[in-house]
Ligand binder design. Structure first.
Ligand code: WT7
Length: 654
């Protein structure tokens, strides 16, 4: 929980919130986006504005129509033919960037690998051929469950090359999460590794994969990258070593020309109810949106070294490690391990060693750095940095200010970028050469994007709070939810009219028209910048033999932004104990992944419910945050919540 602040300190941060930071003079002149009239031009004709970026990509056939349909059915660059891998690799490898470094990788133990675009081209061609030899091709789904190694990028791009749809599953997820995602997508192949390194320990990805594969009949092939000397079992006929396939593989591998609206990938994200949603992204529109925003938001120039610290298992890794920056011909940094390994200055040592110029991370990471102390970044040479970014959750002004001072040397603009797995690309953000920033605000919609605030009835709120809404379209928007069109319409396109996208976030707009994102308005908890559905965690809780019923809520957490607190009632024959709480927490970690593990489990004889049986999370939140209880008149049994409150206060007082 955050430290309690004195009123004076509270005022301080309020004052900070009102400060604005102009783009530094030197920055403005050279900025990629430097003409303030682009906002007006793009607003007047957004479709031509986006076509301008699409024109900078390489198409095998130009589109007939830039945009067709509306709301859930909107499609971009209809009739166009394009291959994402060609755009990210071939066109650079065949031109002036052939010998430019495409990627710099650091393993957690300290190895370094540098690949030029020519080298990357060789790798993706060979692996594309290898996948084809196994019988994989256009439209097949391929799951990728990898540590952050260069082969993970090769795997994604090789799928794109042959038209296979990749589904990257975050390497921190459990085997059950992997299994569910393989099952939902009907994946034919899995690309994994023997293991990976995290805080000096082995993460046994192949073992986890094998557990998942016990019940995934659709998987025909498993390709295993040898990351280290990790012990792993190989199943004859099904499992193949990556390096053996690569030895035999042919170069070149002809790229499959895809329709602009053929899926490039599926990426699963948590929803309010039920199982995770497979968010499907297009090829042409997605690439255009990722490319455009990479260039303009991160102001990428040819000599930049761009480090987005996300994992490729999240959308940030897809759009701003792989597709956006490589389409722009940038040099990217990829790091395998933890930020505090071997010491708490690993990121800053890497920035110094690799000459990182543009750095993009999450507020949760910044809060951890703050807590670890100024001495770690202050002891490193960060003078090459020229631009910083954040994503994933609202950044508190204290963390913003710290980032600005200790990482950016008060010289680097900060781009606070709002977007989602579904949007594919950044939608609300400053353009660093054009927009003055305010700590904690994602500022303005990207040119060509029509963002606004609406109230429940759909009436525009010019100044003040409400729901964030996006009207019209943008090229990288999702095509839909894999196999569930109705859920797609219900979740995003049904709150107001069919042409207005509802992202599920609350936000306010200030007098200057700046957006301040307030967080989720549904039952989704944003832990460390990643969405976790309350339902998923609750299902994992009741899956434990001792738990009869469970409810989870998000509570403020110093580092994670929000932490999960679980309330559980036990089955007959089980007694509350610290050991049982620990076992239940661990069970959730095993079912979903460590990211979903509750901070604490509170035992309750009963959970507060309405007469219709709905758990009243609002009251649980009041209890957890030590507030006076809100309206309890709809409770079936008011005594339940009083008992719980007393119990909670007694435990907190220990
Ligand atoms: C949700 C999307 C987009 C990549 C990371 C997360 C929250 C994201 C910001 C920001 C305030 C933010 C929203 C959004 N969010 N960026 N700059 N300021 N909140 O992707 O898992 O799809 O989550 O993250 O609540 O809806 P995701």
């Amino acid at each position: 929980m955050p430290d309690k602040k004195t009123p004076a300190e509270g005022l301080d941060s309020l004052l900070e919130e009102n400060r604005t930071f102009d783009p530094p003079p030197g920055f403005v002149e050279g900025a990629v986006a430097s003409d303030p009239t682009i906002y007006e031009t793009a607003k007047a004709d957004p479709v031509s504005f986006w076509e301008g970026f699409a024109n900078e990509l390489e198409w095998a056939e130009r589109w007939d129509k830039p945009v067709e349909g509306e709301g859930p059915d909107m499609r971009w660059f209809v009739g166009g033919k394009i291959n994402a891998c060609v755009n990210c690799v071939d066109r650079h490898a065949a031109g002036e960037r052939a010998h430019k470094t495409a990627l710099i990788w650091e393993g957690e133990p300290g190895e370094e690998v540098r690949w030029t675009y020519a080298e990357l081209a060789k790798q993706v061609n060979k692996f594309g051929s290898a996948l084809r030899t196994l019988g994989l091709g256009k439209g097949d789904r391929v799951a990728i469950y990898m540590p952050m190694v260069p082969e993970a990028v090769v795997a994604m791009l090789a799928c794109a090359r042959i038209g296979a749809i990749h589904s990257v599953v975050f390497g921190g997820f459990s085997s059950e999460s992997l299994r569910d995602r393989i099952e939902d997508a009907g994946a034919k192949a899995l690309i994994t590794s023997d293991g990976g390194w995290r805080r000096g320990k082995e993460v046994p990805l192949k073992r986890f994969s094998d557990e998942a594969l016990a019940d995934t009949p659709t998987i025909e092939h498993v390709i295993v990258v040898k990351r280290g000397e990790f012990a792993c079992a190989m199943q004859d006929g099904r499992d193949h070593w990556y390096h053996e396939l690569m030895e035999a593989a042919e170069n070149p591998c002809s790229p499959e020309m895809m329709d602009s609206n053929d899926p490039l990938f599926i990426l699963y994200t948590s929803g309010t109810t039920g199982k995770p949603k497979g968010i499907v992204h297009s090829t042409g529109g997605y690439l255009t949106g990722a490319y455009a925003t990479t260039r303009w938001v991160f102001d990428l120039k040819d000599d930049d070294v761009f480090w987005c610290t996300a994992d490729i298992g999240w959308i940030t890794g897809h759009s701003y490690i792989v597709y956006g920056p490589l389409a722009a011909g940038a040099t990217i940094v990829i790091y395998e391990g933890a930020p505090d390994w071997p010491q708490r200055d690993r990121f800053w040592k890497m920035c110094e060693r690799l000459g990182v110029t543009v750095f993009y991370t999450a507020p949760t990471a910044i809060r951890a750095f703050m807590k670890w102390g100024d001495e770690w970044p202050d002891g490193c040479d960060l003078s090459k940095l020229r631009l910083l970014g954040t994503v994933g959750e609202p950044i508190n002004p204290e963390a913003w200010t710290w980032y600005h001072r200790h990482i950016g040397g008060e010289r680097c603009p900060i781009v606070d970028t709002w977007w989602q797995t579904e949007t594919g690309q950044i939608l609300i953000t400053p353009l660093p050469g054009l927009i003055s920033t305010k700590p904690g605000s994602a500022t303005k919609a990207f040119p060509g994007v029509d963002a606004t605030i609406l109230d429940e009835a759909g009436t525009e709120v010019p100044v003040g709070g409400g729901y964030l809404a996006i009207r019209g379209g943008w090229p990288a928007r999702t095509l839909g939810i894999w196999g569930d069109e109705q859920r797609f319409i219900d979740t995003y396109w049904s709150k107001w009219d069919r042409n207005t996208y509802f992202p599920g976030d609350g936000a306010k707009r200030d007098e200057d028209g700046f957006f301040w994102i307030l967080g989720r308005v549904d039952d989704v908890i944003n832990v460390s910048g990643h969405r976790i559905g309350t339902m998923e965690v609750e299902s994992a809780l009741v899956d434990h033999e001792a738990v009869a019923e469970a409810a989870v809520i998000g509570v403020p957490h110093e580092i994670k932004g929000t932490g999960i607190v679980a309330f559980a009632s036990l089955r007959d024959g089980f007694e509350p104990s610290d050991d049982l709480a620990a076992a239940i927490r661990a069970h959730v970690g095993e079912k979903i992944g460590a990211i979903a593990r509750p901070e604490s489990v509170l035992f309750a004889a009963d959970l507060p419910k309405t007469r219709s049986g709905k758990i009243m999370r609002r009251l649980l939140r009041d209890i957890a945050e030590g507030r006076a209880l809100g309206d309890t008149t709809t409770l079936a049994d008011p005594a339940v919540v009083e008992t719980l409150q007393k119990k909670y206060e007694a435990e907190a007082g220990d």
